[in-house]
Design a protein around this ligand. Structure first.
Ligand code: GLC
Length: 749
């Protein structure tokens, strides 16, 4: 029988989705352009074929979870029992496996998904690093670049952006998100979704995005991955849900639910967040996919007695597609035929998935993304490498620069590069590097050689990459002594942050920190370059370093980007998207904490602080230096008699008082001084980047809307309340100038 795709055009029989409306089942509202097609296909499907659409398996490219060996996948695809594959790479391979799907009775095309988290073959900085650029346009462009490259190799769908907010640097997955701030994390998530999905999913270089991990995965207790999440509903609504709500409103095509339980309910079985909130209140018409095996893991959670019960709980709660649990393909037929699961739940999930396949254009041309010519032209192209370099240099944060140690002038004669990370290609790409190839990455050492071709550049590893045991110390001291500048690379390896990479201790390895101190007496200038995927603690090396650059893992063009900054070709402009603790015991530590009844004070023994450690972090949210200096004036409030009826306008004057051109990220925070629930001492609500020549000044204006003052009250109503507000403007969360205004409910009172 001819596959459905050849006969669909004759079956445009208008049919509303059949089946009784279950009270808590908010049906997918398929837009009219596709409603007939989707429902026409649905009408033709057997129960087995419907269940097949809800089933996703991994391919052989890489296992990104605990793999079940199953050599029957291709046969299952040919019999219509698989709706999607992940970890299948390349135009040729996806074409072959898509051909298996077209051999099935209805020939419904497969969706190919992949973790395109920070690039595909061209790898960009890790998301936490790129968030330090505070350049939303850049983050949209790199997501666009990743989509162009991934789609050229047959990928229809990325499991990104990860929009989990987190305040705990012990959690290895902080590297995947945008840090600790809800408002900023929301903006970054939207930018990345726009980049991946473009303006039309039917374009052959746009791909489905996926807001993950829904929800509150970043609140795992003690920063232990997959751990319990036990938070108040207010915290859930105030801190963790907003980026997901914004993603849904921005039109993200899919959601991925999370491994963790939320206050006792595994996310995969959480009707409240998936049905009532996401598909109900937020009117989400995409589909949800479980995280790898997480439906099956409800048994491990002790929430389901067996896989069949997991399948029942998950489909009713709104988990549409089952990644690698085999729960649906094993038990849904029995559950539907016994009446335990109404067919309307299965139909709704299938409609949601079919809709995305139609929107991508896969029913018109299942092979549209499998173009080997396009693949050859696109993958690792020069424009994409240039974009990676741009993102790299804009993601670097200058933490310290004493005695103007940086930038390095062109006439530098001898450079000593020390530290095995400086020459480790495999560590430049970071975790979740998709199809990135380490050999194609530019190391710090190579980047410096490219930038300073006439300088004598000596290199010594200084420590063993695997053991961190110090090596070649005498040689290191010798080249340091002979050099004009020592550039020392320390930090984490690419496999020390990421999934299942939680750390109880985030101090940079003691030997590495000791090496910095050992080399100090032999160095005219000592520049420490810190690589890694999370906030790290490095108190012991700070004093010995004339300059400190935080370079995260910058991807394929890492070395060239670092050289751009070290040379001053690019004046560093990065700002921290996450607080860097001074001590592990401070965690969780974040800028937007609450005052308490005894606010933190160095001077009162009766205050909210530790006896043994300063309460300030090492580096605060929004912190980042420049080679030049910026002065930001006191904020000026435009007008008076403020009310929520109209925007509040604030302006400052920013002046470059240094000798280099540079970019400052001017930040605005608010404080609701008295409210019906306690509020943070400050909330990040805006930023603007301004590039200035030496002595140049510009006025920067912020416009705050009523929504910027909203919060969740004790009844979880999202409201604003009139009263006094501090508006603070400056260059980091602790370098701010305040002004206080009163905002009434409306002009009339
Ligand atoms: C992993 C991750 C998830 C990823 C998925 C597929 O376990 O938790 O973020 O998208 O499996 O690789």
């Amino acid at each position: 029988m001819k596959p459905i795709i050849n006969i669909i055009s004759f079956l445009l029989i208008g049919t509303a989705c059949t089946g009784q409306q279950d009270k808590n089942l908010k049906l997918c509202n398929v837009d009219s352009k596709y409603a007939n097609k989707v429902d026409s296909v649905l009408k033709l499907m057997t129960l087995e074929e419907k269940i097949g659409q809800l089933n996703q398996y991994t391919g052989n490219a890489q296992a990104t979870g605990p793999e079940v060996i199953d050599n029957t996948k291709h046969e299952q695809i040919k019999s219509g029992r698989v709706g999607s594959m992940l970890n299948v790479i390349g135009a040729a391979t996806t074409r072959e496996i898509q051909s298996f799907a077209l051999q099935s009775r209805l020939g419904i095309p497969l969706l190919f998904g992949q973790d395109v988290i920070h690039g595909y073959r061209t790898v960009y900085p890790i998301p936490l690093g790129e968030a330090a650029s505070f350049d939303l346009d850049l983050m949209e462009r790199t997501a666009r670049g990743a989509a162009i490259e991934a789609s050229s190799e047959g990928i229809h769908w990325t499991f990104a952006p990860m929009v989990d907010i987190t305040r705990d640097a012990r959690w290895g997955r902080v590297m995947e998100g945008a840090g600790e701030d809800t408002w900023y994390g929301t903006k970054v998530g939207i930018a990345r979704i726009k980049g991946f999905q473009g303006n039309d999913l039917a374009d052959s270089n746009t791909i489905l995005a996926c807001a993950k991990h829904f929800a509150a995965y970043g609140a795992c207790i003690a920063g232990k991955d997959y751990n319990t999440v036990d938070i108040s509903d207010m915290t859930l609504h105030e801190v963790y849900l907003p980026p997901f709500k914004a993603a849904a409103q921005a039109g993200v095509a899919t959601f991925m639910n999370s491994f963790n339980d939320i206050n006792g309910i595994p996310a995969t079985a959480h009707t409240g967040i998936q049905r009532d909130m996401l598909k109900g209140m937020w009117d989400f018409n995409g589909f949800t996919v479980s995280d790898w095996g997480s439906i099956r893991e409800m048994v491990d959670h002790g929430y389901a007695a067996d896989l069949k019960e997991s399948a029942n709980q998950a489909i009713i709660a709104g988990s549409d597609m089952d990644m690698e649990s085999r729960a649906y393909v094993s038990h849904l037929r029995e559950l539907v035929e016994s009446g335990e699961v109404p067919i309307t739940y299965v139909d709704d999930a299938v409609r949601r998935i079919l809709l995305k396949k139609f929107q991508l254009g896969l029913f018109d041309d299942p092979y549209k993304y499998c173009n080997e010519e396009n693949e050859k032209e696109t993958v690792l192209s020069q424009p994409l490498r240039y974009l990676a370099r741009e993102s790299g240099k804009k993601s670097i944060v200058l933490l310290r620069n004493e005695n103007k140690a940086l930038p390095l002038k062109d006439d530098v004669k001898r450079i000593a590069v020390i530290g095995a990370l400086a020459d480790s290609k495999q560590d430049m790409l970071g975790f979740w590097a998709s199809e990135g190839i380490a050999e194609e990455a530019v190391t710090l050492l190579q980047g410096l050689k490219n930038r300073y071709p006439d300088a004598k550049i000596d290199y010594v590893e200084g420590y063993d990459l695997n053991t961190n045991q110090l090596t070649s110390s005498a040689q290191a001291r010798k080249i340091a002594l002979a050099a004009d500048v020592v550039i020392l690379a320390v930090g984490e390896r690419a496999n020390e942050s990421g999934e299942a990479k939680s750390l109880a201790d985030i101090n940079i390895n003691a030997n590495q920190q000791q090496l910095v101190n050992d080399l100090k007496p032999y160095s005219k200038r000592l520049v420490t370059v810190i690589m890694g995927g999370r906030p790290m603690i490095f108190n012991e090396l700070t004093g010995a370093s004339d300059a400190i650059l935080l370079t995260w893992w910058l991807g394929t063009e890492a070395g060239n980007a670092m050289a751009d900054v070290i040379s001053g070709d690019y004046n560093p402009s990065g700002k921290l998207p996450m607080t860097f603790p001074r001590h592990i015991g401070q965690i969780p530590i974040y800028y937007n904490y609450k005052s308490t009844g005894r606010p933190e004070s160095k001077y009162s023994s009766y205050s909210c602080r530790y006896l043994d450690v300063d309460f300030e972090p090492a580096y605060c949210f929004g912190f980042g230096k420049s080679y030049t200096e910026f002065e930001i004036s006191e904020p000026r409030v435009i007008g008076n008699n403020h009310s929520f009826d109209k925007p509040v306008e604030i302006e400052v004057t920013v002046k470059n008082t240094g000798i280099y051109k540079g970019k400052e990220t001017v930040q605005l925070y608010i404080r609701d001084k008295v409210a019906s629930v306690t509020r943070p001492i400050k909330e990040f609500k805006g930023f603007q980047q301004v590039e200035l020549l030496p002595c140049e000044e510009k006025t920067v204006r912020f416009i705050l809307q009523k929504e910027d003052f909203y919060f969740y009250n004790k009844d979880l109503d999202f409201i604003s309340e009139p009263g006094e507000f501090d508006i603070m403007v400056g260059k980091s969360a602790t370098e701010l100038n305040p002004v206080t205004i009163y905002i009434s409910e409306s002009e009339r009172n």
